[in-house]
Design a binder for this molecule. Structure first.
Ligand code: NAD
Length: 432
């Protein structure tokens, strides 16, 4: 007896719970890469959506005891095939399910590109952490941890810092999880303080990794770093460390920015005094010795290296034609739209795409997890050497593929990652 099998919904762009511009961007980048490789169609469809996503709403008590606000939180695991999932936690007022899902998908490709034994995950809470007191931040973190506790675990899903969270938040996260299981579980989270089992070099790892690749890319395009200028958008963990390491390489930092303002000085900015100003005042605003400019003006400054290290969706079809850099080094996740990518390819701007450029963080997070699970610590020298080796290896593989298959660096990097995940999926087979 023959049966006619009706296909399920095969519209790759069908409306889903994850629908949001950033998730669409992640999907479009993935589909562009899929078109340029020999990807099994079933696997393509399977990888287009996260495997698990959790949305929670929970109460957060403000310091005025009678005030309780309801906030939304998320945890998304994109691919569970590669090992435990791994991904940061973002606190920002605009966080939503689609944004967290896009970040989880990029984590999958990033971990696979770096050959780490993780699938991608991400978490977030829709709140502006700068409006919270320290005790409010702690209560929020502990309650969020409890809300997602069934989904996480040192062998299941490991958290880390992202925008709006830091090592203190990771310490509260680890403490809450450990209280629930009855013993210390440092390996539930990475990017925590060294005294709790954090790794040396983790805080600055993303900025360090980005600058390590900028050095490689500079050699490739024939850029003399000692005669180069750089513009860095975002002066938090990633941006401030990238600026610091670039300055150490002899690059002149002519402009930096954060959410409060942009600063420009064609003669060069002193990164150490910028850092001291931010330590004292919290933001860049009020720094003397530079002209104020907007974040939009900053992106269009003439420079050799432009490093977006703040938010997504910064380089679009609108401003991409006005960019005047030779090298775009993406510290942030998703800073460039697909349309802008094409403009930059046409302008022959060399790109270090996010999943390659900012992978230093998850690499040292992996080292932290390995050290925690083995109860053994590595020296900073060993960590930095291993970080360097992994990043350069991924850069070389991406560059070779990009040149051989005549692909832009983003598509080449994505294919490197996707290919590894696809192979693993085929080897594991389908259940049931
Ligand atoms: P952070 O919270 O430490 O710093 C963010 C910085 O961006 C701050 O200086 C903030 O003022 C600035 N900012 C926020 N909104 C801005 C705006 N609209 N315009 C200009 N500046 C703005 O966050 P972070 O950890 O440095 O993360 C920055 C980016 O790097 C994010 O996209 C994040 O996903 C990505 N990233 C971070 C890590 C990590 O290890 N922390 C790893 C990989 C990728």
């Amino acid at each position: 007896m023959s049966s006619i099998i009706q296909p399920f919904n095969q519209d790759l762009y069908r409306k889903t719970e994850w629908d949001e511009p950033m998730f669409r961007l992640a999907q479009k980048q993935f589909l562009k890469a899929a078109e340029n490789m020999d990807l099994d169609e079933n696997i393509r469809d399977r990888l287009l959506y996260p495997q698990r996503s959790l949305t929670v709403s929970f109460p957060c008590r403000r310091d005025e005891y009678s005030e309780v606000e309801t906030v939304f939180g998320y945890r998304v695991q994109h691919v569970l095939t590669m090992g435990p999932t791994k991904g940061g936690i973002r606190y920002h007022q605009d966080v939503n399910l689609g944004e967290v899902s896009a970040l989880a998908m990029w984590m999958t490709w990033k971990c696979a590109l770096m050959e780490l034994p993780f699938g991608g995950a991400k978490g977030g809470v829709q709140i502006d952490p700068t409006t919270l007191s320290r005790s409010e931040l702690q209560r929020l973190t502990r309650r969020y941890t409890m809300e997602i506790i069934d989904m996480i675990g040192p062998d299941r899903d490991i958290a880390a810092p992202d925008m709006g969270t830091d090592e203190q938040v990771m310490a509260w996260f680890m403490d809450t999880y450990s209280q629930q299981v009855g013993h210390a579980v440092p390996e539930i989270v990475t990017g925590k303080p060294v005294v709790l089992g954090g790794s040396l070099g983790r805080t600055e790892a993303t900025g360090r990794g980005l600058v390590c690749l900028i050095c490689e890319a500079a050699k490739h395009i024939g850029l003399d770093l000692k005669k180069s200028t750089a513009v860095v958008q975002g002066f938090g963990n990633v941006g401030s460390n990238a600026a610091r390491f670039l300055a150490e390489k002899g690059v002149k930092i002519i402009s930096v920015s954060d959410v409060s303002t942009g600063l420009h000085n064609a003669k060069g900015l002193d990164v150490n005094s910028l850092l001291a100003h931010v330590r004292q005042h919290g933001v860049l605003k009020g720094y003397s010795g530079a002209d104020e400019i907007s974040n939009n003006e900053l992106l269009e400054l003439k420079c050799d290296i432009l490093a977006p290290c703040a938010m997504q969706n910064q380089i679009t079809s609108k401003n991409a034609p006005n960019l005047k850099c030779r090298l775009l080094a993406e510290g942030a996740n998703g800073p460039t739209t697909l349309e802008a990518d094409q403009v930059l390819i046409d302008k022959e701007v060399f790109q270090l795409p996010d999943i390659l450029g900012n992978a230093g963080g998850v690499i040292v997070s992996y080292f932290e997890w390995v050290q925690d699970t083995q109860n053994f610590t590595w020296s900073l020298e060993e960590i930095n050497n291993r970080l360097h080796k992994i990043m350069i290896g991924a850069f070389q593989r991406t560059l070779v593929r990009s040149q051989r298959d005549k692909l832009d660096m983003r598509t080449a990097a994505l294919i490197e990652g996707i290919q590894r995940v696809a192979k693993a999926k085929l080897m594991r087979g389908l259940f049931p």
